[in-house]
Every structure is written in structure tokens, then in C-alpha cells.
Design a protein around this ligand. Structure first.
Ligand SMILES: Cc1cc2nc3c(=O)[nH]c(=O)nc-3n(C[C@H](O)[C@H](O)[C@H](O)COP(=O)(O)O)c2cc1C
Ligand SMILES: [Mn+2]
Length: 496
């Protein structure tokens, strides 16, 4: 059964021994972040942490803070309610390969997939747990620090790093609509708190939220935006997943959780949000209005400098009576987001394989912070196939940002960085086996001379074929024969 609330997910983590409760009061300014950073960098991502008494400016917060809830393979699987995220990849592969069933068993699994797809369709409900408590803000009210009014300053929002420009909402699910087609989008774009009723909206230029924003700007229309925290973790995962523009994350979340997402209309704009979330920030972005955002200790491991971004104005905050504030921190890897990114790569591997049947496996090691380093293994059949795969990946959605792509043969385990580096060093003649292209770069990458454009390098570390100009006869890897391996297995067993 899908999680009916974020608290239910926390209970599942606790049952699995994956949650640590911290009842000591801990400051939302830096201290929770330092605690969480140590946890995220401990073996296998440590545990999820529930700070029961976060402090905001020395005062106890009404809401607890949950962090690192998806920061391990096991917790990521618990979040998506699968034995392992590979199971979800399997389901997607089944749908992609769907053909008339040849037997009862195949028919049955196809039918099950069909039912799961039906769950992708959301339902509409009139009353919602996320609207148990309602705070509306009048159109003209400017924020007054002294007022008793409930505002963002009542939420335990973290200041993550010493040189951050303020407090940042780091795990927001940002809901927008395309004003032309009505298509929905859900993306995760961090939000800097400017005051109790205004934040930044850090959708980078390549993201769907930014594309929607531009359309409203061109029409000179106010853009409705709703931001949710919590609820079923499938929403948060869907918001980060690199789905193609136009593929509705709410449908995807329904498919993942095997239960239709129940949507409720916001109270102060026309957007719809999942009814079971913990908090909803309703509001709008005014076309053309921007404000400096940052600095922010980012997932590149460096501070991102001040830059102009749109401003989000709140018209209401609604929440569950017993709401929990979920958050994360980013910084020098490995961090929680590495596990979220890895789950995406694993789940969408069947889609890559459908486009490039030679692809065997793919990994984005933590050191590369998603886009900086991509390892791909292929079953090579013809000359220059590794280059075809690189160029293909550079043309696919957010894979366009991949700074280094290393292609290896199928017998190399891409999840073992040391094995890939061995192949890369041993198998490449840099001039012959590399290519450098110019492509859009991740907005956060500080290395390119000009933001958002840069060079990307592909390295072909596969064994070379005569058609690739190599005529010396490729040597064989040194490996023991099977009989001797079995013999020594046996001898070692006997000698205890
Ligand atoms: C913890 C976390 C924080 C993120 N922060 C941002 C951000 O501030 N701005 C941004 O453009 N993308 C950010 N991303 C990446 C986007 O969520 C991701 O690219 C997503 O696929 C975008 O969805 P879209 O294609 O619907 O725009 C973040 C991802 C994670 C996991
Ligand atoms: Mn999207």
C-alpha cells in the first residue's frame, strides 16, 4: 500500500531500524546541517534523522525536521516501496517492451502493469489533510517581522552552510502549469527565504519551471505556483527525476506508488496539489520580477554566487495539524541526493537501453555530482559505436550536461570506479579515443568560462577494432582459468 502520509513513511523507516530520533534541541541554523552531514558521510549513508525539537532563533519549533530520509539504497527503496529500485526498472522495462503475451505468466505480468498504469491517473478530492490548518495572506500585506502572523519564519527551515545568504528550503516540490497546454510540471527548485512571505525561486534556465515562467512572462500574466513538502516520498522523488518535458510527474508518482495521487485544489490559486502532503505554500511569481539569490553551499561542493532569480510571493500556507518538515542538505559529496540521483539512473536505464540497445549499464559516481562524470558499458559491435553512444547521451534531456563520459566494454562493472579507471588508463590513446564537444552546461558548474555553455569530453575505453585504425591485435585481459578458481575455492574452504 502507498504511504498515506510522510509520517507513515517515517514509521516504516523506524520499523526497519533506519530512523534515529533526536530529542535534544538542535539549532536550525548550521547545527542540524553539521549533524546531518556527518550522518550522510558515514558508511552507507547512515540513518534518517528526525529532529524532534529544532530551534528557530533560540525558540522551539512547532514542527519536527526530517532529514536524510532517502540517503541510502535501502531508504530509497523504502521510499518507493520496492524491494530494490531495480524492481521498478524491471516494471518500466516490461511496459517499454510490451508485446502480445505468449503465455499465461506473461499475460499476467502485463495485466499487472496495465493496472499500475491505471493508477497513474490522479483523482480529485474536495477535502484534504494538507488543508487542516489554513493561513491566508491578504494581497496587500507586506511582511512585518513583529507581527504575530503565521509565516515561513515559523517553519524550521535550515541555514545549511556558514556563507549561505540565508535560510533555504532544500526539498520543495514546485508545481506549475504550462499556460498554453495546461500541462502540469513538478520540479525541485530550492527557495531562499527572503522574509515570512517571499522567497527566491531557483529554477535554472534549462528546467521546465523556467520554461513555464518564460511563457507567463511573454503573456505578461501572473504565474500561479504551489510548493509542497512531504506527503508520500514518491512525490519528492518524482520532482527530482529527469523526466522528459511534458511527462507529468504526478502521473509518474501514481505509477510508482501504485495508487492514484489524490489532488486537491489550492485555496488561493487554481493549481492542484497532492492532498496528503504536510505543507502547501500557495502563491505566485510575477513575470519580470527578480532578486539576487544566494550564495548557497551547493551540491557541486562549492558556494554558488549571487545571481538574479524570480521571486515567489505567498498567498497562503496550509498544513496538516501534525506536519513534519522534510529537508536535506547538499555540499561536498557524498550527500543524500546521490542516492536519489542513482535511483533515477537505475529506474530509467530501460529507457536508455531502448534508445541505445548496446548499453549494458550506466553509473554516475558520487564524485562527479550527477552530470560531471558518466560511466557507460556497452556491447560493442562496430567501429566508433562508443562515440555514437556519447553523442546520443549528450542529446538526451539532462544528460546534455554530462561533462565526462567514459565508455567501457560490457565486462567492466561501471559501479566500481576503480575498475573503470583501470580500463580508462589502460585502453585509451588519448588523441585517438577522445572527443571534445560544445554543449549546454549545468548552470551550477563554475568551471566553464561562460555560464551555461561548456566543453564536454568523451573517452572511448573499449577495446579497439581494426575498423578504428587499430591493427596490432588487441591483447587479452589476464584472468585465471575456471578450473583453477574452483580448485582454490575448494582448497580455501577446506583450510577454513
Ligand atoms: C536536493 C535537490 C535540489 C535541487 N535544487 C535545484 C535547484 O535549486 N534548481 C534547479 O533548477 N534544479 C534543482 N535540482 C534538480 C532538479 O530538481 C531536476 O533537474 C529535476 O529533474 C527538474 O525537473 P524538471 O525537468 O521538471 O524541471 C535539485 C535536485 C535535488 C535532488
Ligand atoms: Mn518535469
Amino acid at each position: 500500500m502507498a504511504y498515506a502520509s510522510f509520517s507513515q513513511f517515517l514509521a516504516a523507516l523506524e520499523n526497519a531500524g533506519e530512523l534515529q530520533r533526536i530529542s535534544t534541541p538542535v539549532d536550525t541554523e548550521l547545527a542540524i546541517a553539521e549533524w546531518a552531514d556527518r550522518e550522510m558521510k558515514s558508511p552507507n549513508g547512515g540513518k534518517a534523522l528526525l529532529f524532534e525539537q529544532p530551534l528557530i532563533d533560540g525558540k522551539a519549533s512547532r514542527f519536527p525536521v526530517a532529514i536524510n530520509t532517502m540517503g541510502s539504497e535501502k531508504r530509497m527503496a523504502l521510499a518507493l516501496q520496492v524491494g530494490s529500485v531495480a524492481d521498478l526498472a524491471q516494471e518500466i522495462a516490461l511496459i517499454l517492451k510490451a508485446k502480445p503475451p505468449t503465455g499465461l505468466r506473461e499475460g499476467w505480468s502485463l495485466l499487472k502493469q496495465g493496472i499500475n498504469l491505471l493508477h497513474a491517473r490522479p483523482k480529485h478530492v474536495k477535502s484534504a489533510a494538507c488543508q487542516e490548518v489554513v493561513h491566508r495572506f491578504s494581497e496587500r500585506s507586506t511582511f512585518n517581522e513583529e507581527s504575530e502572523q503565521f509565516s515561513l519564519l515559523d517553519l524550521p527551515i535550515l541555514k545549511c552552510w556558514p556563507k549561505d545568504g540565508g535560510r533555504f528550503i532544500t526539498l520543495p516540490n514546485v508545481h506549475t502549469r504550462d499556460p498554453e497546454t495546461g500541462a502540469r510540471n513538478l520540479g525541485m527548485y530550492r527557495m531562499q527565504v527572503y522574509d515570512g512571505l517571499t522567497t527566491g525561486m531557483h529554477w535554472q534556465v534549462h528546467k521546465v519551471g523556467a520554461r513555464h515562467g518564460k511563457l507567463y512572462y511573454e503573456r505578461n500574466e501572473r504565474m500561479p505556483v504551489a510548493v509542497t513538502f512531504g506527503g508520500d516520498p514518491a512525490y519528492t522523488f518524482a520532482a527530482t527525476a529527469p523526466l522528459p518535458d511534458g511527462l507529468d510527474e504526478i502521473l509518474f508518482a501514481g505509477f510508482v506508488r501504485k495508487k492514484s495521487v489524490e489532488l486537491v485544489k489550492c485555496l488561493t490559486n487554481d493549481l492542484e496539489v497532492p492532498a496528503d502532503v504536510d505543507f502547501v505554500l500557495e502563491g505566485y511569481v510575477q513575470p519580470g520580477e527578480t532578486r539576487p539569490e544566494g550564495p548557497f553551499g551547493d551540491h557541486t561542493g562549492f558556494y554558488t554566487a549571487l545571481e538574479d532569480y524570480p521571486v515567489f510571493h505567498l498567498s497562503a500556507i496550509t498544513h496538516r495539524r501534525e506536519a513534519v518538515y522534510p529537508t536535506t542538505i547538499v555540499g561536498i559529496p557524498p550527500m543524500e541526493d546521490f542516492y536519489m540521483g542513482s535511483a533515477s539512473v537505475r529506474i530509467f536505464l530501460p529507457v536508455f537501453k531502448m534508445n541505445f540497445p548496446e548499453i549494458v549499464d550506466m553509473a554516475l559516481p558520487a564524485e562527479g555530482v550527477f552530470h560531471n562524470l558518466v560511466f557507460v558499458s556497452i556491447r560493442k559491435q562496430y567501429a566508433y559505436q562508443a562515440f555514437k553512444v556519447m553523442h546520443g547521451l549528450w542529446g538526451m534531456g539532462q544528460m546534455m550536461f554530462s561533462k565526462y563520459i567514459v565508455v567501457v566494454d560490457e565486462d567492466c562493472d561501471v559501479h566500481n570506479t576503480s575498475e573503470v579507471l583501470f580500463r580508462m588508463c589502460a585502453n585509451t590513446d588519448p588523441k585517438r579515443d577522445s572527443t571534445i564537444i560544445t554543449n549546454p552546461s549545468d548552470s551550477l558548474d563554475h568551471a566553464p568560462t561562460v555560464q551555461n555553455v561548456g566543453s564536454h569530453m568523451g573517452l572511448d575505453a573499449t577495446r579497439k577494432l581494426p575498423g578504428e585504425g587499430y591493427t596490432r591485435g588487441w591483447p587479452e585481459l589476464v584472468r585465471m582459468d575456471e578450473a583453477t578458481r574452483n580448485l582454490v575455492d575448494e582448497l580455501q574452504r577446506k583450510s577454513g
